[in-house]
Design a protein around this ligand. Structure first.
Ligand SMILES: [Zn+2]
Ligand SMILES: [Zn+2]
Length: 172
C-alpha cells in the first residue's frame, strides 16, 4: 500500500508539468475573465439605473418590480417581493435576534395591513379568517399592549386575550 501511495505522489508533478497550467497565463482565458468582469460591471450599472427609474429587484427570486406599487416589495434593508414572503420570513425570523425580529415583524405586520388587506386576529382564536383561509400569516407582538398581554390598568389585553401576540392574516 505504502509503495502505491508513493508512486502516486511521484506522478503528480509530471502531470502538472504536462498540462498547460504550469504558470504561463492562458491569454484566451484571461480575456474571457476580463469580458465576464466587464459584463458583470455593466449589469450592475444597469440595475442601478433601473433603481433610478423606479424598478427594484427582489433579493430572493431576482424579479424586478415597480417601486410605484408599494405592495410589491417589502423593504427591511433587504427587498423581498410579496410572493417570496411566505418562504422567506420563517427562515429569516429564525436567524434574527429578538430585537431585530420584533422590529421587522412589526414593520411587516403594518405593511401587510396597509397593502394586502391583512387583518389582526387573536392568536388563539380560530375565528375568521382561519388558517385554512389565510393566504399568508405571521405571528406578531400585540401593538395594543406592546406584547405584555396587559393594558395600563393591569387588566387583560382584549386585543390579544392577554397572550401578547396576535396573528396578522392575509385572507385568500
Ligand atoms: Zn421574490
Ligand atoms: Zn395585547
Amino acid at each position: 500500500m505504502a509503495r502505491k501511495v508513493g508512486k502516486e505522489y511521484q506522478m503528480q508533478p509530471e502531470l502538472r508539468n504536462g498540462s498547460s497550467e504550469s504558470g504561463t497565463p492562458d491569454p484566451a482565458e484571461d480575456s474571457l475573465f476580463a469580458t465576464l468582469a466587464r459584463v458583470e460591471h455593466d449589469l450592475n450599472d444597469l440595475i442601478d439605473a433601473l433603481a433610478l427609474l423606479g424598478v427594484k429587484r427582489c433579493s430572493q427570486c431576482r424579479k424586478f418590480f415597480r417601486c410605484a406599487d408599494p405592495g410589491a416589495l417589502f423593504d427591511c434593508g433587504q427587498l423581498v417581493c410579496y410572493g417570496c414572503l411566505p418562504d422567506w420570513w420563517p427562515s429569516m425570523s429564525m436567524r434574527l435576534g429578538i430585537a431585530d425580529r420584533e422590529r421587522i415583524e412589526g414593520k411587516l405586520a403594518s405593511w401587510l395591513r396597509k397593502h394586502h388587506r391583512a387583518e389582526v386576529v387573536k392568536a388563539n382564536s380560530g375565528g375568521v379568517p382561519d388558517s385554512a383561509n389565510a393566504e399568508f400569516q405571521i405571528v406578531a407582538k400585540c401593538v395594543e399592549c406592546a406584547g405584555s398581554g396587559k393594558l395600563m390598568e393591569g387588566e387583560r389585553c382584549r386585543f390579544c386575550s392577554g397572550l401578547g401576540t396576535v396573528r396578522i392574516v392575509v385572507p385568500k
